[in-house]
Design a protein around this ligand. Structure first.
Ligand SMILES: [Zn+2]
Length: 592
C-alpha cells in the first residue's frame, strides 16, 4: 500500500489540458459575472437564476483549481509553480467582490425577493444562501466606502497581522538545555512544554518570558491597531459590537453563546480537580505552574503500523455505522490519504473536502504513535462530513467554524474510547491525561481567552492599551478561568502576544467556536450512543444541513436545543467522567 495520495481525480499536472481549460473557464466566468446586470433580463427571476448559476459554476471551477494547487504545495513546499498559481488564483478571485456586492444589493432591495426565490426550484434550493446575503446586506457600507475600507485594510489591520507573524516567527530565544546555551525560535521553545524532563519545560518557559520584552511594544501596537480598526468598522456597519458580528458570521444566537459559557463556568471547578491532581503527580504543592500545563504523564506505548491503524479505525467505526466504515475504507483504497512524513511536506494534518469531484484528500504525518492514529480518525471524520455534503450545491457547503468539528470529534471520540477499552491501566492513564489536557485547553483556556478578548474590546474602545495592561488582563483572565488549578505565581502574562488568533481582523473571538465544536461534537456522540442505529440517518441529515442552516436549526434536526442548559451540561459531564477516572488513577502516583 502506497502512503501517498492520488490527485489525478483533479488534474494530471499544472500543464494538462483540463487544468489549462479550467483556468480559462474561471476567467470567462468572472467576466460573465462582472457583466451581469439585472436590467438585461425582463424577468427578475431569470436575472437571479442567471447569477446563481454563474456563481455555482465559478465556485466549482475555482475550488477545483485551488484544491489541486494547495494540495500539491502542501506536500512540496518548494513547488514554486503551485505557489505562483495560488497567488494568481487569489488575486483573480478578488474580482468577484464587486459583482457579488451588486447582486446582494439588488436582491435585498427587491420588496418581494422571497416570492421570487419561491417561484424557482434553483433559487429555492439556495434559499438559505440568498437569505443570508439579504440579511448581511444591511451591514454593507456604500460601494465607495467598502472599496476604501478594503484598500485601507491592506495598510492597516493586514499589515499589523503580518507584523505580529513576523516578530513572533523570527524571535530567537536563548535557552539553556542540558548545560548548553542554545538559540531557538519561539515555536520550538514553546514546544519544550511537552517534554518529559521537568527542567527543560521550566527553562523553556522562563527563557520565553524573559525574551518577550524585546518585541512586546510592537506586538501590543499591532493588537491595538487591529482591534481599533475592528471597532471602527463594525460600528460603522451598524453592528452592536464586534461580538455581534462574529455571532452572525458563526450563525449563532447570542443566547446560545451565553448558555454555553455559563455551563462552562459552572464546570470549571471540575477541571481544576484535574489540574490539582496533575500538579500533585508532578510534585507541586498547590496549583499547576503554567510551564507544567502540557507535561506528559505516563506512557501510551501503543504503536500502530499504517495498516494496523487503518484496520483498527475501520473495525471500530463499523460498529457505529457501516456507511462510515465504507467511506473510510474507500479513502484508503482509492488513495485519498498522503500519510507519510517527508522532506518538504507540511506538518500536522488536515482534510480537504473537494465538493466538485465528491471526494476528499487527507494529509497526515503518520509515524505510528497513538496520537497519529487518533488524528487519522479525526480527519476521516471530516471526510465523512464532506461525503454527506456531496450531493449539495457548492453554495450550500460552507459551514461555520462552530459546526466544522462535529464529525471529526465524533469520529475521534469513537476511536479513542475503543482504544481505552483495550488498554491496560498505565495506558489508560496516559490516554486520559492527554484527552483531558486537550479538553482543558478547549474549555478552560478558551474561557480565559474569551474573557480576555471581551475585556480587550471594551477597553480598547476608550483608548489603546499598554503592555502592562494587556499582561494584567491576561493574568486576571487566567486566574478567573483556572482558579486554584493553576499556581498564581507562575501564570503566562504573554498569551495575547503569541496566539495568532487575536490578530485576524476578519475573525474576532476566534476562541469560543472551539469550545462549541468540542461540546457539540460530544453531545452528538452521546446521542448516538443512546439511540443506536436509528440515530445514524439523523446524524447524516445533520451533517448535510450544516452548510445551509443556522446552528440552532442544524441542532434541532437531532432534537438538540442549543439554548437549553441541559444539553451543554451533558457534554461537559462526559468530560467529567474522564476527569473522575483520571483523578482515581492519579492517586498515589508520582511522575515517571
Ligand atoms: Zn478538525
Amino acid at each position: 500500500m502506497t502512503e501517498r495520495w492520488d490527485l489525478t481525480g483533479l488534474y494530471e499536472n499544472f500543464s494538462s489540458d483540463s487544468f489549462v481549460r479550467d483556468r480559462e473557464r474561471m476567467n470567462e466566468l468572472l467576466a460573465e459575472l462582472e457583466q451581469w446586470q439585472p436590467e438585461k433580463k425582463p424577468d427578475l427571476r431569470d436575472s437571479a437564476e442567471d447569477f446563481v448559476r454563474l456563481l455555482q459554476d465559478y465556485y466549482e471551477t475555482y475550488s477545483k483549481l485551488m484544491a489541486y494547487s494547495q494540495l500539491r504545495l502542501s506536500v512540496d513546499a518548494r513547488n514554486e509553480k503551485a505557489l505562483k498559481i495560488i497567488e494568481q488564483l487569489e488575486k483573480e478571485s478578488a474580482r468577484l467582490t464587486a459583482p457579488r456586492v451588486e447582486f446582494q444589493k439588488w436582491l435585498s432591495d427587491l420588496e418581494n425577493w422571497e416570492d421570487i426565490v419561491n417561484s424557482s426550484k434553483l433559487l429555492q434550493d439556495h434559499h438559505f444562501f440568498l437569505k443570508e446575503l439579504v440579511e448581511k446586506s444591511s451591514y454593507l457600507l456604500s460601494p465607495e466606502e467598502e472599496t476604501l475600507a478594503a484598500q485601507l485594510k491592506r495598510t492597516g489591520s493586514s499589515a499589523w497581522t503580518k507584523l505580529q507573524q513576523k516578530l513572533t516567527s523570527t524571535l530567537m530565544i536563548e535557552v539553556e538545555l542540558e548545560g548548553e546555551a542554545k538559540e531557538l525560535p519561539l515555536s520550538e521553545v514553546r514546544n519544550l512544554a511537552h517534554k518529559q524532563d521537568p527542567e527543560v519545560r521550566k527553562a523553556g518557559y522562563q527563557a520565553e518570558l524573559e525574551t518577550y520584552p524585546e518585541i512586546e511594544e510592537s506586538v501590543a501596537a499591532a493588537l491595538n491597531g487591529i482591534k481599533g480598526e475592528v471597532i471602527t468598522l463594525t460600528d460603522r456597519r451598524g453592528y452592536q459590537s464586534p461580538l455581534a458580528e462574529t455571532l452572525q458570521g458563526s450563525r449563532l444566537e447570542e443566547e446560545t453563546l451565553k448558555t454555553m459559557l455559563a455551563a462552562m463556568e459552572d464546570y470549571l471547578p471540575e477541571f481544576r480537580k484535574y489540574y490539582r491532581a496533575k500538579a500533585r503527580v508532578l510534585g507541586h504543592e498547590g496549583g499547576l505552574p503554567f510551564y507544567d500545563l502540557f507535561a506528559p504523564l505516563g506512557e501510551v506505548e501503543m504503536e500502530f503500523s499504517y495498516s494496523q491503524a487503518r484496520d483498527f479505525i475501520i473495525e471500530n467505526i463499523s460498529q457505529f455505522s457501516q456507511e462510515m466504515a465504507d467511506l473510510y475504507r474507500r479513502t484508503f483504497e482509492e488513495y485519498w490519504i498522503d500519510a507519510e512524513p517527508r522532506d518538504g511536506k507540511r506538518g500536522g494534518a488536515f482534510c480537504y473536502n473537494i465538493n466538485p469531484i465528491k471526494e476528499s484528500r487527507i494529509l497526515s504525518n503518520f509515524t505510528g504513535s497513538f496520537s497519529d492514529m487518533t488524528t487519522l480518525a479525526h480527519e476521516l471524520g471530516h471526510a465523512y462530513h464532506g461525503y454527506c455534503l456531496r450531493q449539495e450545491s457548492i453554495l450550500n457547503t460552507s459551514y461555520p467554524m462552530p459546526l466544522a468539528e462535529t464529525a471529526s470529534i465524533f469520529s475521534e471520540t469513537v476511536i479513542t474510547n475503543a482504544a481505552i477499552t483495550e488498554a491496560d491501566s498505565e495506558q489508560t492513564f496516559a490516554i486520559l491525561e492527554n484527552k483531558i489536557s486537550q479538553a482543558g485547553q478547549v474549555i478552560v483556556d478558551i474561557y480565559s481567552r474569551f474573557l480576555f478578548e471581551d475585556r480587550l474590546f471594551a477597553e480598547r474602545e476608550q483608548a489603546a492599551l499598554s503592555v502592562e495592561e494587556l499582561k494584567d488582563f491576561m493574568m486576571e483572565a487566567q486566574k478567573e478561568a483556572y482558579g486554584e488549578g493553576l499556581d498564581h505565581d507562575n501564570l503566562h502574562p504573554y498569551m495575547w502576544l503569541n496566539k495568532p488568533h487575536y490578530y485576524s481582523a476578519d475573525s474576532n473571538y476566534y476562541n469560543f467556536p472551539y469550545a462549541f465544536g468540542l461540546l457539540f461534537g460530544l453531545g452528538v456522540y452521546s446521542l448516538a450512543r443512546e439511540r443506536g442505529e436509528e440515530f445514524l440517518e439523523e446524524y447524516n441529515n445533520l451533517l448535510t444541513a450544516t452548510g445551509k442552516n443556522k446552528a440552532a436549526e442544524v441542532a434541532a434536526l437531532v432534537d438538540i436545543d442549543l439554548n437549553s442548559r441541559g444539553f451543554w451540561d451533558n457534554s461537559l459531564a462526559v468530560i467529567c467522567e474522564d476527569i473522575d477516572e483520571f483523578v482515581r488513577l492519579a492517586e498515589g502516583r508520582t511522575a515517571n
